[in-house]
Design a protein around this ligand. Structure first.
Ligand SMILES: Nc1ncnc2c1ncn2[C@@H]1O[C@H](COP(=O)(O)OP(=O)(O)O)[C@@H](O)[C@H]1O
Ligand SMILES: C=C(OP(=O)(O)O)C(=O)O
Length: 565
């Protein structure tokens, strides 16, 4: 099932979200709260929630932000504003708080921006744009003045973008480090690192978190700058997931640039952005989970339904396997329709049978046909074998719909080599017999079985070991088939019908089918989930069919004009 991550500001929002979708994970943006407030929110979640999901703490990393001291006010287009560092504001607060034309930013951001003034500054994902920044001595402070080319409402802690981005993301900054150290005692916490720029940044975070916790920690890299394909591949190697954050990326690249980057990212195209990729001996890919973030269902911040484009875009990209989940930000942090947006997001990502599900189902049907043939007698062996070969082709398609290998050559060679090796004893035994022609069918069968195993390994690799079920299933499959063929052709059926042999063949076969099917729901506990979660799944399904929440929301909503009057 796809991952849904919903941003919360307090325990109340968390409860609302989980009421609408108890499988949603949560996200807390640490930049919008003090470290103490963050820790007490984690404590509250732990003590009040019945079931606590994964909670991502979003770390500021190398993101630049307005100060917490910034007051909320509107800046109008064409006016002049003065950007000052937080420390100056704090020193002269009594005088400065009366002025409505100052923008207070974090000291580090002020220092890096002063050392090389950018052409433009974008605040709050580009909702406010400042042009022509220059040094100015306003209020006797070394300020940066700028013209407001797009006006809007300033709010504390909103993000600032300049291109090129002036802060490099190396080791954790002191505040993020303190947060990681203090939150390590909560086993349900994962981390998302903002403005991630290198694999080293993620490695440092992982090392810090895991050495304190003493166990593995899930880490997401937030991609908010146009990084090159090579760097993305490096980051993918050390991260559990990468979040494509289109809010900041859109500010960095402009909207048409974002469209182009999005296309290249989702098609893993090399060298358009950043430095050209270096030549590598082995093909490189961005194998890890990919999560779509930034204005995913933004229309629902103030409307009960998303736009058609949002609904189609989300469905398309989760369905075609480009993304493994979604982050909801403003939609749940301060949107008016928290429950509706969470329900809608879940519907959009499960409201169809994915290719993975459809082909696992088809594989099970072919296996059933194969079982019926093999139940009869030896002369139905070939139809049985062909049915199971079709089942493995279906499993191949199912696994590769989620995790494709990048190399066609590997797709052929890796399954071919073990198939040839396995065939050697059978060739020796059957070659000079009247059953020699069976060897062709058996070789073909071995190849499709090994291909399905290879594709299940790609899935295991892409999910960094989290979805190992398909691979283990295919190992059981091969074990069952090898024992069956050795017993039938090499030992000439002398053990046929022996209860121990039959038990091993049938139990490995059933375990294989169970594990392959479980690869569809890797987040649920093995086997038990099939029984304990039936009701929840049925409720979710009924809700989807009847669309109850959304019908209610539409009925209750008034036209925009009416609301504004
Ligand atoms: N813990 C919080 N307290 C108050 N407001 C918050 C909090 N978290 C998020 N918000 C609000 O929701 C908005 C969207 O959240 P998020 O996407 O995490 O922020 P940002 O875009 O600033 O990184 C924030 O800009 C802020 O206005
Ligand atoms: C999700 C994003 O990150 P943040 O919420 O930190 O702005 C984004 O930039 O789209």
């Amino acid at each position: 099932m796809s991952e849904l991550i919903s941003t919360i500001v307090n325990c109340k929002t968390a409860r609302k979200i989980l009421e609408a979708d108890d499988k949603s994970n949560l996200r807390i943006n640490s930049s919008h709260m003090t470290v103490e407030a963050l820790l007490s929110l984690l404590d509250e979640l732990k003590s009040t929630l019945e079931h606590i999901p994964l909670v991502y703490i979003d770390l500021q990393g190398a993101k630049m932000r307005l100060s917490r001291q910034q007051s909320q006010y509107d800046v109008s287009t064409d006016s002049t504003v003065y950007i000052i560092p937080e420390k100056e504001f704090l020193e002269r607060k009594d005088l400065l708080k009366a002025f409505k034309d100052i923008i207070i930013i974090e000291d580090l951001a002020f220092d890096v921006l002063s050392s090389s003034l950018p052409d433009k500054l974008l605040i709050d994902d580009g909702k406010i744009v400042l042009s022509e920044p220059k040094f100015n001595k306003k209020y006797d402070i070394g300020a940066i003045s700028a013209i407001v080319s797009v006006g809007g409402t300033l709010r504390p802690r909103k993000g600032i973008n300049a291109s090129p981005h002036p802060l490099s993301g190396g080791k954790l900054n002191p505040r993020d480090k303190k947060i990681v150290e203090a939150s390590a005692k909560f086993p349900f916490v994962a981390y998302a690192l903002s403005f991630c720029q290198t694999a080293e940044g993620i490695e440092h975070l992982r090392h810090t978190a895991e050495s304190i916790r003493g166990s593995s920690v899930k880490i997401a890299a937030k991609i908010e700058l146009p990084l090159s394909h090579d760097i993305l591949c490096d980051i993918a190697c050390v991260s559990d997931s990468m979040w494509l954050c289109r809010g900041d990326l859109g500010s960095q690249l402009g909207l048409s640039g974002l469209g182009k980057y999005f296309y290249e990212y989702t098609h893993s195209l090399p060298f358009t952005y950043g430095k050209p990729s270096q030549a590598h001996d082995t093909p490189r890919d961005m194998s890890c989970e990919h999560i779509l973030a930034g204005e995913v269902l933004d229309h629902m911040v103030s409307n009960p339904l998303p736009t058609r484009s949002e609904a189609c875009h989300v469905s398309e990209h989760v369905r075609n396997g480009k993304f493994d989940g979604l982050v909801l930000s403003n939609e749940t942090a301060y949107g008016k329709y928290v429950k509706e947006v969470v329900t809608m997001a879940r519907e959009l990502i499960i409201s169809f049978k994915t290719k993975h599900e459809r082909f696992v189902f088809a594989g099970l049907i072919f296996s059933l046909i194969g079982d019926i043939f093999l139940q009869h007698s030896i002369d139905k062996f070939i139809p049985g074998l062909l049915s199971f070969a079709c089942a493995h082709v279906c499993y191949c398609i199912a696994f590769s719909s989620v995790a494709k290998s990048k190399s066609r050559l590997a797709d052929i060679l890796i399954p071919a080599i073990p198939s040839i090796l396995i065939m050697i004893p059978f060739v020796k035994t059957l070659f000079n017999t009247s059953l020699w022609w069976l060897l062709f069918f058996m070789a073909g069968y071995c190849f499709v079985l090994a291909s399905a195993m290879w594709r299940s390994f790609c899935l295991l690799k892409k999910t960094k070991g989290a979805n190992w079920f398909g691979f283990v299933g295919m190992i059981f499959f091969s074990t069952s088939d090898i024992i069956l063929s050795v017993e039938r052709f090499i030992l000439s059926g002398i053990l046929k019908g022996h209860p121990i042999m039959e038990t091993i063949i049938i139990s490995t076969y059933w375990l294989a089918q169970c594990f392959v099917s479980h690869s569809l729901v890797p987040e649920l506990p093995l086997f038990i989930s099939w029984f304990s979660d039936v009701k929840k799944f049925r409720d979710m399904y009924n809700k989807r069919i009847l669309n109850i929440d959304n019908i209610e929301a539409v009925k209750q909503s008034k036209p925009i004009d009416e609301k504004e009057q």
